[in-house]
Design a protein around this ligand. Sequence first.
Ligand SMILES: Cc1cc2nc3c(=O)[nH]c(=O)nc-3n(C[C@H](O)[C@H](O)[C@H](O)COP(=O)(O)O)c2cc1C
Length: 321
Amino acid sequence: MDLSTTYLGLELPHPFVAGASPLSDSVDRARRLEDGGAAAIVLRSLFEEQIDGPSGSPSLDGEATLPDPEECVFGPDEYLDHLQSVKAAVSVPVIASLNGHSLGGWLRHAQDLERAGADALELNLYDVAADPDLDGAEIEEQAVEMVQEVKRAVRIPLAAKLSPFYTSLPHFARRLVEAGADGLVLFNRFYETDIDVEALEVRTHVDLSHHHELLLRLRWLAVLSGCVPCSFAVSGGVYTAQDAVKAILCGAHAVQMVSALLRHGPACLGEVRGRFAQWMRERGYGSLAQMRGSIHFVTSPDPRTFERANYMRVLQAYRSE
Ligand SMILES: Cc1cc2nc3c(=O)[nH]c(=O)nc-3n(C[C@H](O)[C@H](O)[C@H](O)COP(=O)(O)O)c2cc1C
């Protein structure tokens, strides 16, 4: 049974990767991920604001509410030290992560991450379009330029981690790849802010993902893997071997897991991988390459019509009591 895959040009024995999170915040935890069966480890993100300083993010009452440096797990230098220590401790590829939304000197930090031994870089393009003067084309252009700038600065492979909220994701994804992205991670999660109506304060908390979030990822994997030539990682809602099977069938090269590992511990990676291999064996698949992308929309002459037809069918089929 050949589970090997190539993600961002990295040869991995299987597609199961520990996604960006606190799961690798210490060397010991990173080792546990490797022991649990992670084929690669993505470190938590270092934020643009930690490197370049705040550009200001307004709260409800208008003041900037970025966390103090002491609230951040790693500052820029500590991140580099941590990366070096993790690299020295594990033999699987270690992917560093930068998270930002604007062009600037902070992007050059990518070179330091490369020097500290990162095998690849994940650039998380986390942005909320809240400025009515800024149109979608400008936002996309900026993201494309960010990818270009990082790509110019480093030689290691680069993945862009995206949100699903773009007008034409296939067009935007293709531009990112033309700008130098070697892969795309689908998708970011938004940790939506709630409001405490007693204290009249905004409340944010990390909600671990839910299984149903995978469906959005599957749709876009199926669309993009048929028309954008790069590596794909799924991130969001993968808990079981069946989830991973679906992602690979839709075109993923790597399967990132975070919430499942936070809930059930790193050992669940190995269990999911075992069941995944069993599924392949039972269906007569000899390799991952054989099954990857067998459900992508290239097989459909017109994905738009396909989607609309499905939409109509679903609504028409519903019968109320
Ligand atoms: C506690 C926590 C911390 C996270 N930190 C980061 C981060 O630093 N950078 C990033 O790109 N994603 C981060 N994520 C998002 C995950 O990498 C992943 O995209 C998301 O949790 C969806 O995958 P899942 O369903 O497997 O959890 C974090 C998620 C959690 C739960």
